[in-house]
Design a protein around this ligand. Structure first.
Ligand code: ACO
Length: 330
């Protein structure tokens, strides 16, 4: 079974309520019809009836819960929650209401926070920053987690590496600055994401341009420090570094450059030392190896919120909704 079929089946087995706030875009309605028809999730659309009627014309939305923020009886509850969460940042009731009505992503996150939804998918019409900022401000990290990060689940065709061509790559989307502590935490969260989505044992490679001291610089030291922190904080993880990409993936190179490593040559969870490396790395594999790149999925948030590429298709939205629903099950 292809990865995404497996995820769809998991999503259907315990249906979750996912909010799609981008009712200004027809792809949202196309995806909603497909999701409802397949029974992948319950869908909540946020928008004024006239906008939904206009942009959703021709799609069967039967079964979707449509929330009109102008008449929603829960609106005051969400304003109060917004103020409760952000009063220390100077947010007043008037500011909260304006932000929620101007940007339905805030509305969607408040629905999650108040228990009226299980997750959000957005980003077809908004930048990554504008999609995830409301979630960072309102939903915050899971207990014990310092930073949210973004991973891609990569499905590489005809590939002998990783878990039969399946990998997690992180951080590819969120943190412009990654220090050793953050990199160790990204490793932990990525291993967890690997287990929940792929179900096999994560083998985590902490990537660098050096393998076990072959080069020296502050960048290499950052990765060796991250490895030491990860070993101390998460001793149960199968994790090694610093490793070059070939040592991480290719058995013969791993054996040569990092003999005795439980990960070198077998890695399936790749933790990049910077956002630049992660973002460029996933796009290289996606384009040159014609891999499916599912994401960016966020990890470390208290509730699942996920971003879409602005070039996404309705089918991409369906896939991200299914993955978000699976995250909500955990
Ligand atoms: N984890 C948890 N909380 C965070 C994180 C994080 N990684 N980053 C910021 N926050 C919190 C802050 O603590 C702050 O909380 P507060 O308001 O309660 O104090 C809030 O989020 C806003 O923080 P700012 O620092 O003001 O965040 P800013 O709005 O500048 O940006 C963002 C945060 C959006 C994540 C930014 O770092 C960003 O734009 N990252 C890169 C996104 C991107 O462009 N990725 C590449 C494209 S994606 C792709 O190609 C697939």
């Amino acid at each position: 079974m292809a990865f995404i079929d497996d995820i769809m089946a998991k999503a259907k087995s315990d249906k979750k309520r996912i909010v799609l706030p981008e009712t200004m875009d027809t792809r949202t309605f196309d995806a909603t019809e497909k999701i409802l028809k397949e029974g992948i999730a319950d869908i909540i659309l946020i928008g004024k009836p006239e906008d939904i009627e206009k942009n959703g014309a021709g799609f069967n939305l039967e079964g979707a819960l449509i929330v009109d923020p102008y008449t929603d009886p829960n609106r005051q509850k969400y304003i109060d929650k917004f103020v409760e969460l952000r009063a220390s940042k100077g947010v007043t009731a008037e500011m909260a209401e304006k932000q929620m009505m101007d940007d339905y992503m805030y509305y969607a996150c408040l629905m999650c926070k108040c228990g009226d939804a299980d997750g959000v998918v957005s980003g077809a019409c908004h930048s990554t920053g504008n999609t995830i900022r409301p979630a960072l401000q309102l939903l915050k990290c899971k207990p014990g987690i310092r930073s949210v990060s973004g991973f891609f689940l990569m499905e590489v065709p005809n590939c002998e590496f990783g878990e039969h061509g399946l990998f997690i790559f992180a951080d590819c989307a969120v943190n412009p600055e990654i220090d050793a502590e953050k990199m160790a935490e990204i490793a932990y969260l990525s291993a967890d994401s690997f287990k929940s989505f792929i179900g096999a044992e994560p083998k985590v490679a902490m990537l660098s341009y050096s393998t076990k001291g072959s080069a020296k610089s502050d960048d290499v030291t950052k990765v060796t420090d991250a490895v030491a922190i990860a070993h101390e904080k998460y001793p149960e993880l199968l994790l090694d570094g610093e490793l070059q990409l070939d040592a991480a993936l290719v058995e013969s190179v791993g054996a040569l450059k990092s003999p005795g490593s439980p990960v070198a040559g077998y890695a399936n969870t790749l933790v990049f030392p910077s956002l630049e490396a992660g973002n460029i790395g996933y796009k290289l594999v996606q384009r040159l190896a014609k891999a499916n790149a599912y994401g960016p999925m966020l990890q470390g948030l208290s509730m699942p919120v996920n971003d879409l590429s602005r070039g996404c298709s309705a089918d991409d939205i369906v896939g991200v909704v299914a993955m978000t629903a699976v995250q909500a099950q955990v």
